[in-house]
Write a protein that binds this ligand. Structure first.
Ligand code: UN1
Length: 489
């Protein structure tokens, strides 16, 4: 058996204190063991936090453009190794190779974007109410940030968190999902080779409780950024204490297809958003809200296209839909099909575990769903879409907003008025017009409303807000005591 991969703490690759390891499997072929990884625990997290604490002073005092140079070097290395990383990502996580390349590209984009931010990191200046007094805001690092990331974008999402944290001058303890530890290790290796000083970024692989929650509860950790399941997010919020907490907890995203829509365009959007990444995106289109006038026609179009989707290993360029991440995810999708049938949803296609090696699930479409069914309300994170018929635009918006989540949304219509009303009325962090619910770009804010999340948005300029504190500075050069609000004449 090959030697287990290690933890990265204080600039060294080391074994965990427990000495125990866990495997990561290829979900398209579970007999293919991608590697064995350290089962990090409280002791390892404590070591990582201590290393991050020691590294903080020097790193936070390094000029931000200099920190940016390290990120630029890392982006270049990502680019050189894009294909290798994408193939590894497909092997460890299962997404089809074109999407795996997209995942790595998103990391490159974010790394470059944040590298450039080292030369901006703007605050603002504003007039004082008093004479001879200057007012401004500047960005300050927060301190040690605990970053806990999911498996579905195993290189991109860690980059959304690590890169802004580093450019802001924070130090990091990074706990990736146990389904994709090798992708995390590759990312850390690149940052190490790019010249990141020891202790600035520390990696602890291991279980959610012993590793993840120890980071969350740790007194010295000043901020937590987590992307993952809503229940875990709720626990994190309870346990974190007085920290800055950013949570991105998923969605039940809908696409509205109005009767005047370009149906072929909407079809492409739904197939891409509903079944791309096997439905395992926070932004996946798991509901399609269809005007009743075009419902039958659109259903037929959907079924014809879904029939043609080819399941398989993501490395095969002919594959459209890869496996689910693990057995539990496969069981979950299966159980939601049973729930949907019990609730009276009409199964148009799919619904089964195919006879294949690996955690595959058939692309599935339910129709005649009402908005209150569980399959219309709960995040399944699988290739299952609920079609909800509606009689007009108002009902479509009501259906869209009838879920607890509010991440992404989309409407297909040629009517400008409806498009703008939708922008205004949909309760979500992201709205697409005539485009699918997926495909956010790194220089725009990402995140949602309602149960999707709290804290500031990730990515774009707001990603800097997430990982910095604002200091307000008053410089009084009048040479006398001036009292704000009082000496105003
Ligand atoms: C996620 O699933 O959590 O917008 C992130 C998108 C991708 C990111 C998804 N760029 O679909």
């Amino acid at each position: 058996m090959s030697t287990p991969y290690k933890l990265y703490i204080d600039g060294k690759w080391i074994n965990s204190e427990s000495g125990e390891t866990f495997p990561s499997l290829n979900p398209a072929n579970p007999k293919d063991i991608v590697g064995r990884f350290q089962l990090g625990n409280e002791d390892d997290v404590n070591k990582a936090v201590d290393a991050a604490e020691r590294a903080f002073k020097k790193w936070s005092e390094t000029p931000a453009p200099k920190r940016g140079q390290i990120l630029f070097r890392a982006a270049q290395m990502f680019r050189e190794r894009k294909e290798e990383l994408a193939r590894l990502l497909t092997r460890e996580m299962g997404k089809v190779i074109t999407e795996a390349r997209g995942d790595v590209q998103e990391a490159i984009d974010m790394t470059e974007y944040m590298a450039g931010e080292g030369r901006r990191m703007f605050g603002y200046t504003t007039p004082s109410e008093l004479r001879d007094k200057f007012c401004m805001t500047i960005r300050m690092p927060i301190g040690i940030c605990g970053l806990i990331t999911p498996w579905n974008f195993p290189i991109a999402i860690p980059s959304w968190k690590i890169m802004p944290a580093l450019i802001c001058g924070d130090t990091v303890v990074f706990k990736p999902s146990s389904d994709t530890p090798l992708c995390a290790i590759k990312l850390v290796e690149i940052l190490e080779k790019a010249g990141l000083p020891k202790g600035v970024l520390n990696l602890v692989t291991g279980p959610g409780e012993a590793a993840g929650m120890t980071i969350v509860r740790h007194e010295k950790v000043r901020a937590i950024s987590f992307t993952g399941h809503r229940d875990t997010g709720k626990t994190i919020l309870k346990e974190a204490g007085l920290k800055k907490v950013g949570l991105e907890l998923g969605g039940k995203n809908g696409i509205i297809v109005m009767d005047d829509a370009d149906l072929n365009l909407a079809l492409d959007g739904l197939i891409w958003g509903g079944y791309g990444t096997t439905g395992q995106r926070c932004t996946a289109a798991s509901r399609v809200i269809v005007h009743e006038k075009i419902k039958e026609k659109f259903e037929k179009m959907l079924v014809n296209r879904i029939k043609k989707l080819k399941l398989g290993n993501g490395l095969n360029p002919k594959t459209d839909v890869g496996p689910l991440i693990n057995k539990a995810a496969q069981d979950k999708s299966k159980s939601y099909v049973d729930i949907g049938l019990e609730e009276g949803g009409k199964l148009l296609i799919g619904g089964k575990v195919p006879r294949m090696n690996g955690f595959f699930f058939e692309p599935t479409l339910f129709t005649d769903c009402s908005i209150d069914m569980r399959i219309s309300q709960e995040e399944i994170f699988g290739p299952i879409v609920s079609l909800i018929p509606v009689k007009d635009f108002d009902e479509a918006i009501e259906a869209m907003n009838s879920v607890e989540y509010g991440l992404s949304s989309s409407i297909y219509t040629k009517d400008m008025r409806k498009a703008f009303l939708a922008i205004q009325r949909i309760e979500a962090g992201i709205t697409y017009i005539n485009s699918s619910t997926i495909g956010a770009e790194v220089h725009l804010p990402f995140g949602g409303v309602k149960h999707t999340g709290i804290g500031t948005r990730e990515a774009g300029i707001l990603g800097i807000d997430e990982f910095s504190e604002v200091k307000t500075v008053y410089v009084d050069y009048s040479g006398k005591l001036q009292k704000a609000q009082i000496d105003i004449k």
